[in-house]
Write a protein that binds this ligand. Structure first.
Ligand code: MTE
Ligand code: MO
Length: 427
């Protein structure tokens, strides 16, 4: 919020006599101190027992829990960093157990000098720390659903995204050490899991900003995130950020692997299919209040997340009247390229039924679309890259539900799973 709109808001609040953020209470007494010694020092911390409900949501549409997705509980988190145990997870053949002593990364193919690195070798090399989001291209998939699902939560709407500070060696350093031949225009990155996950990355991107990462928020990667080593490919879809990285083959052509043909390709509205839809387009979502929550009339700071694979968040706007008017939200905390960005918006809820929405614009001028705009471009049976505005309907009873505009215009025939074969999550 800029100074002028802040002052306008203040004036409006004064006029409405609503500057009191918290209602007065009667008969209060301070919380009692502990009567005895607490628990002793511990070598590793655990969360408060009463926070046990804040967990990943595991999609249950698939028969196996070895391939599938677990959503980060973004409806209950704050800030721009996802705690390591709650980072979203997307695996195609479970999580392999890798002994770091046995770990090797092989870099070969169209290079002057094929190279092999141990984990220690990678850690000795120059490193970078970068805060980046990772987002599955299947994030938002629930938005394609018709009729939309009223009980959708923020976690299930957009929880296939997480933010972390990644530490690793710039891939450029390894590529320069190996000496990529001019015809080596593609990097075929392969994981060591049973899925034999392979994705093709243009060498140009590999030289620009890809990290060979071994730390996540300061500690070793979690097994689910690729322990001991994964690729972090800023701004691009999660599926290209190969976990449990075992080799990079420099090649003249892309692999056309399963992960870039039968999955992670996108059906356009005219039926044509796009492959290599790498960049994650502008997204934002209000996480509080959001689906499944219940609010009381009075002051609420609306909070949410915004991000864009094209660069940095430039502006987030919030509507508290179903899109009739929009005002600029305030970006709080660091605003970094290819990172989750937190926005806040002060709101006094009078108790009337309404719809809350957020939309974002990135520093390259890309705007988050409405659902109608989005579906002009992509087919209704596409599975990926859904980034239309998420609306939340606040009922007169304070209950928050999915406010997808398609809910208001009545039920269209249900869309069956299809598209280009990707898995369907119930997120
Ligand atoms: N080796 C390997 N890498 C992989 C995958 C996989 O199944 N195997 N899944 C990909 C997909 S589709 C996504 S969205 C991201 C998810 O990363 P995360 O589980 O750390 O959140 O990992 C990618 N890297
Ligand atoms: Mo993914």
């Amino acid at each position: 919020m800029n100074r002028r709109s802040f002052l306008q808001g203040l004036a409006a609040a004064l006029a409405a006599g609503s500057l009191q953020l918290v209602r007065a209470q009667q008969g209060f007494k301070p919380f009692p101190p502990a009567p005895t010694l607490g628990t002793p020092l511990q070598p590793i911390g655990v969360r408060a027992a009463s926070e046990a409900h804040v967990v990943r949501y595991i999609s249950n549409t698939l028969p196996s829990r070895h391939t599938g997705a677990a959503f980060a509980p973004i409806g209950e988190l704050d800030g721009i960093i996802t705690p390591n145990g709650l980072h979203f997870e997307r695996d195609h053949a479970g999580v392999p157990t890798i002994d770091p002593k046995d770990y090797r990364l092989v870099l070969h193919g169209l290079v002057e000098r094929p190279l092999m690195f141990t984990l220690d070798d990678l850690m000795r090399l120059p490193s970078e720390n970068q805060v980046y989001f990772i987002e599955c291209a299947g994030n938002g998939q629930n938005g394609y659903r018709e009729p939309p699902e009223p009980t959708l939560t923020a976690t299930r709407s957009r929880g296939l995204v997480s933010g972390a500070e990644w530490t690793g060696v710039p891939l450029r350093i390894l590529l320069e050490e190996a000496g990529v031949k001019p015809e080596g225009r593609w990097l075929l990155a392969e994981g060591a899991d049973a899925a034999a996950w392979v994705r093709s990355i243009p060498t140009e991107k590999g030289l620009r900003d890809v990290l060979v990462a071994y730390k996540q928020n300061g500690e070793a990667l979690r097994p689910e995130q690729g322990y001991p080593v994964r690729l972090v490919v800023p701004g691009w879809e999660g599926s290209i950020q190969v976990k449990w990285l075992r080799r990079i083959l420099v090649a003249g052509e892309p692999a056309m692997s399963r992960g870039e043909t039968s999955e992670y390709t996108d059906v356009r509205a005219d039926g044509r299919i796009d492959a290599f839809t790498w960049v994650m387009e502008p997204q934002s979502i209000i996480t509080r209040p959001s689906g499944g929550q219940r609010i009381e009339p009075g002051f609420h700071q609306i909070r949410g997340l915004a991000w864009s694979g094209f660069g940095m968040v430039a502006r987030v706007e919030v509507s508290t009247d179903g899109g009739a008017s929009w005002r600029e939200a305030r970006l709080t905390g660091p605003v970094l390229p290819y990172a989750l960005t937190r926005f806040v918006f002060d709101w006094n809820w009078g108790g009337e039924e309404t719809v809350l929405m957020s939309r974002m614009v990135d520093d390259q001028g890309n705007v988050q679309p409405t659902r109608a705009e989005f579906l002009e471009r992509w087919a209704r049976n596409n599975r990926y890259h859904y980034n239309a505005i998420q609306a939340w309907r606040v009922g007169a009873d304070g209950r928050v539900q999915n406010g997808d505009p398609a809910l208001a215009v009545g039920a269209a025939p249900p869309v069956q799973a299809g598209g280009c074969g990707g898995e369907v999550f119930d997120g």
